[in-house]
Design a protein around this ligand. Structure first.
Ligand code: 4NP
Length: 165
C-alpha cells in the first residue's frame, strides 16, 4: 500500500464562552492530530457564540485540568464565531445544542461543510452535549476532557476515512 494523500481539512470547535470547552477541544484534537502525523493537513481553531471573553485566556480551571493530561492551553485566546468562519472551516462542531442553534442562525445558506455536534463523533459515550463546567466543581472539567478525548478519536477516524484523495 502506498502513502495515502489527504486533502487539507479545517476544523472549528465552538462553545459559549471559548474559555472552557472549545479551547479544550482545540488543544486535545491538536495533540491527537499531531500524534497521527497530520498536523500539516488538519488545521484547528476554536470560538465562542458569545462575545463575553474575546481576547481572554482559557479559564484557569480548564488550563489546570488539561495540564494534568499534558495538554497546554495557556497560549489560546478567546474569540467569537463569525459568519465568515463558514467560508474557512470544513467542520464546525458545537459543544452543545444551544451553541449549535446559535451557529445555525449565522450559517450561510450555501454552506457545504459539516455543521453539527462534536459528541456525534464519540463512540464510548451516549451524551450529545458537553456539559458546561463553568458553574460547577473540578470534576466537571475532567468529564469535559473525557468526552472530548473520545470524540476527538472518533473525529480523527472519520476525517481520515473521508478526506483521502
Ligand atoms: P464555555 O464555558 O462555553 O465552555 O467556554 C463558559 C464560559 C463562560 C461562561 C459560561 C460558560 N460565562 O457565563 O461567562
Amino acid at each position: 500500500m502506498g502513502v495515502v494523500e489527504m486533502k487539507d481539512v479545517r476544523v472549528l470547535f465552538v462553545c459559549l464562552g471559548n474559555i472552557c470547552r472549545s479551547p479544550t477541544a482545540q488543544g486535545v484534537f491538536e495533540a491527537q492530530v499531531r500524534q497521527a502525523g497530520l498536523a500539516k493537513q488538519i488545521k484547528i481553531d476554536s470560538a465562542g457564540t458569545s462575545d463575553w471573553h474575546i481576547g481572554a485566556a482559557p479559564d484557569s480551571r480548564t488550563v489546570k485540568a488539561a495540564k494534568k493530561r499534558d495538554y497546554d492551553l495557556s497560549s489560546l485566546r478567546g474569540r467569537q464565531a463569525l459568519p465568515e468562519d463558514f467560508q474557512h472551516f470544513d467542520y464546525i462542531l458545537a459543544m452543545d445544542a444551544d451553541n449549535l442553534a446559535e451557529l445555525n442562525k449565522i450559517k450561510p445558506r450555501n454552506y457545504s461543510g459539516h455543521l453539527g455536534l462534536f459528541l456525534d463523533f464519540a463512540k464510548a459515550f451516549e451524551e450529545s452535549n458537553v456539559p458546561d463546567p463553568y458553574y460547577g466543581g473540578s470534576q466537571g472539567f475532567d468529564l469535559v476532557l473525557d468526552l472530548i478525548e473520545n470524540a476527538g478519536e472518533g473525529l480523527l477516524e472519520h476525517i481520515r476515512s473521508h478526506a483521502s484523495q
